[in-house]
Design a protein. Sequence first.
Length: 391
Amino acid sequence: MIQAQSSSGVCSVQHWFSAGAALDPEERSGLAHFLEHLMFAGSAKFGPQVYDKFIERCGGDNNAATWTDWTSYRATVPTTALDELMEMEVDRITNPPKLQEFLSSERGVILEERQQTVENDPDAVAEEIMLKELLPNHPYGRPIIGTREAINLISTNDLAKAHQEYYTASNLTFVLAGGGPREFEIARNRLETLPATSIPKSAPPRLSNLQPGTVVAADVPSTRLHWFGIVPGHDEKQWATFATLGYLLAGSSASLLTNALKIEKQLAHAVHVYPSTGIGTSLWRMEVTLMQDASAQEAIDRVRQNITRIKNGAVNEELILAATMRKRTDFHREWLSLDGAADFLGSRLCHGTTLETMQNLWKVVPSNEELASAASQVLEEWSLFSVVPND
């Protein structure tokens, strides 16, 4: 339990469970996401819609999300409504609704969500194919929302078992952003009513190796290039080196790949590096969306040329310092909002890292040698997938 204090009169309440899609049984992919939906169906004490109507009545908002390694529930309310909110939160954690009553209707909602967000989106379809081929034997290779077949197989017994195993005090990281000592005590008093458990925090298996990339055909307007790589978890110093490398490659007009592919040569619409968080290992991605008639090979060559510059130590100190400062700026920007601060804390603390470690990693200025080593890993070990338009 951690608090970021504020005198705004508003607080962001977030519950982070260290259990996400990576812990779903293989034949029941989407189980964690299904359970997230059903947590809004009420509880033993508070019936359906009571929670949502309370949030609306006090002028707040709420949401939830499922990722590979966690499931989170968030609500922003006035501090005067905190005690009532916490009563509802604790009750739905300890006393979920009768799942059978909502199973059929919620299954239909989730299948519709899958159709809208995956099956009707060519990029999302291609991503499912890429991850399945990249990680055929690891749960990160399975879709978070689940396959259509798996969603139809999920039963009330599956949901009840997952809730009992993972929605426990020992698997929970609670973040309160806003309020002061009084609000902290309110939240703590409510959370202390959760039953104690001896179940340790859950964790998916470490990433060990990636399959070689391939070409994937999809109904996309232009070619997309996706590089995937395994990097150290955000509890290790090397993670900060890769974070700086990401800012050095993309994110502003001064970034190497943005400049090479969008400004010097109009080869790409967009260039992104997506860092991931995880303890031990993280899966990172670099993505280039090409212009419609651009040469994929030319873009790949320019990407490799610029990463090779970093490997060879041919990037000046000013660019490295600028990348480090953008990294720090983004870190501080997240702390400017209650939800941003709570998100940042929850997504990392739920994996067991510490606040001190997080703060120190964002201050790291990697050496040329450390950046060169990271760049070498990208060139030699990362897998490249090309998503090309259907003929």
